[in-house]
Design a protein around this ligand. Sequence first.
Ligand SMILES: NC(=O)C1=CN([C@@H]2O[C@H](COP(=O)(O)OP(=O)(O)OC[C@H]3O[C@@H](n4cnc5c(N)ncnc54)[C@H](OP(=O)(O)O)[C@@H]3O)[C@@H](O)[C@H]2O)C=CC1
Ligand SMILES: N[C@@H](C=O)C(=O)O
Length: 254
Amino acid sequence: MADSNSGLKPLSDKVIMVTGASSGIGAAIATRLAKLGGKIALVGRRESELMKYVKQIKEENGIGIAVAADVTKRDEVFEMVRHTELSLGPVDILVNSAGVMYYTYMKSLHYDEWEQQIDINCKGLTTCVGAVLEGMISRKQGHIVNISSDAGKRGFPGLAVYSGTKFYVEGLSQALRHEVKEYGLRVTCIQPGDVKTNLLQHTTDLEAKKEFDGSETCKILEADDVAKAVEYAVLQPSYVGVNEIMVEPQRSPI
Ligand SMILES: NC(=O)C1=CN([C@@H]2O[C@H](COP(=O)(O)OP(=O)(O)OC[C@H]3O[C@@H](n4cnc5c(N)ncnc54)[C@H](OP(=O)(O)O)[C@@H]3O)[C@@H](O)[C@H]2O)C=CC1
Ligand SMILES: N[C@@H](C=O)C(=O)O
């Protein structure tokens, strides 16, 4: 980390890859960490959306590139890391924010939506971790930040498969943390409650959404509230592991 007297920003020696950066929480994390000097690779499938945030970062004199990739495709994930490392340097921090959520009753049997959540939230995240792990271990430094959910700590009715995917993220992160501690790597899980983003837009089981979605009953979080938690985790000195941060609307704790 740059010291406060050097004039450098605190993340100016860091290359940071943020998946899910074309929208919501990922976009807020990318723009916040860019202001702290991080060189950001913004990843998502919609390049035009990524470019809006790259433009914003550049207008604020930051460094950002758009890397179009689908995290469910292993070849695209490897290429996204290769391209980032050629353009910006080795990845120091990976933030896994790409994800989808569908409210649905299990009895509605929305197999395609179940599979998409598992493919993106579990398999996609795992592939992204795999793609940077070898490099981080060989350099003996790195930080993986997984955007989990409070649904990774408690099963939410109407979100059974989604909750399952986030319990997976928690389990993987906990085990990985032990495996990589001897190499100096850190693994953080951020567990947000409801945040104002596009996440809810994809739900098709409107009966389940009506019954279980409580996001209109109180003031929910802004994406930047979650980005601030990520900032806290990545700015700690290397001997400090911020393993979990749960950040929820004050009126709806789990
Ligand atoms: N909003 C909330 O209340 C909460 C959200 N979370 C978690 O935060 C994360 C971000 O969600 P949020 O910002 O709210 O939702 P958004 O819908 O705003 O953002 C989702 C992001 O994921 C990306 N994405 C989806 N599928 C893929 C894919 N196959 N490959 C690459 N990128 C993909 C999208 O990009 P593109 O479409 O361009 O590919 C988009 O950038 C998720 O993991 C979610 O589970 C956790 C707790 C609460
Ligand atoms: N707050 C969570 C579930 O309701 C989430 O959106 O991940």
